[in-house]
Design a binder for this molecule. Structure first.
Ligand code: GAR
Length: 230
């Protein structure tokens, strides 16, 4: 068994979280970590917006925060500058896993491919359908019967990496984009901690070689799909 595998099993998984907004998913992880329900340590939070409520949530939990929104001269950071600062910060925190939880900037291939740790993203659709933005609105407009959220490995192609887990719901006649967003977020708040638990325990593979090897022939193929209460 490799060192990194052993490490994941015996020590809390060191998770860095990238955010841009409210941070309700971050809060779910903070609560589960503090309750001892998840074997993780949130080693730091990076926000690309200085008005993100996620910053307050992290600070209240005494988690280190890096706000990388503007340069010292007051200009909004370019993605290149953001990535340079984020890399330095992540090198310092040494995470085992980087989670994008409501992080709304598109990262470059260079940043993703040279990442210090595997990176996963929470996306509000049943990938591979409805990549990108405004997923709830597009689902309503298309008259879809099913919708949900996915957790996938981040690759240079937007929202196109291997999907690890999904949670599904039935779209109701009366649903609007807003009601769907609320219902999907309820699913996210259940899917995310379960997925992180499976990753922390080494049940779900994290590394690309493991994902592409299909070495888990005795296990159901990914993604794992969950019907949760919404
Ligand atoms: C979540 O619903 C997440 O799926 C979505 O942003 C929201 C963040 O909520 N992510 C994306 O759209 C990524 N493309 P939160 O800040 O309350 O966790």
């Amino acid at each position: 068994m490799s060192d990194s595998h052993t490490k994941i099993h015996n020590k809390p998984l060191r998770v860095a979280v990238l955010v841009s907004g409210n941070g309700s998913n971050l809060q779910v992880l903070i609560d589960a970590m503090q309750a001892g329900a998840l074997p993780i340590e949130i080693v730091g939070v990076i926000s690309n917006r200085d008005d993100a409520f996620a910053i307050t949530r992290a600070q209240r939990a005494d988690i280190p925060v890096a706000v990388l929104s503007h340069t010292d001269s007051g200009k909004r950071m370019t993605i290149k500058t953001f990535e340079r600062h984020a890399s330095t910060q992540l090198d310092e925190w040494q995470p085992d896993l980087i989670l994008l939880a409501g992080f709304m900037r598109v990262l470059s291939a260079d940043f993703i491919n040279s990442s210090i740790a595997p990176m996963i993203n929470l996306h509000p659709s049943l990938l591979p359908v409805y990549k990108g933005l405004d997923t709830h609105q597009r689902v309503i407009q298309a008259g879809e019967r099913q919708h949900g959220c996915s957790i996938h490995v981040v690759t240079a192609d937007l929202d196109a990496g291997a999907v690890l887990t999904q949670a599904l719901l039935e779209v109701l006649q009366k649903d609007t984009a807003n009601s769907l967003q609320t219902r999907v977020q309820k699913l996210e708040h259940q899917l995310l901690p379960w997925t992180i638990l499976l990753l922390a325990k080494g049940v779900l593979p994290l590394h690309n070689e493991q994902l592409s090897n299909q070495q888990y022939t005795c296990m159901p193929t990914l993604p794992w799909k969950l019907y949760l209460n919404s």
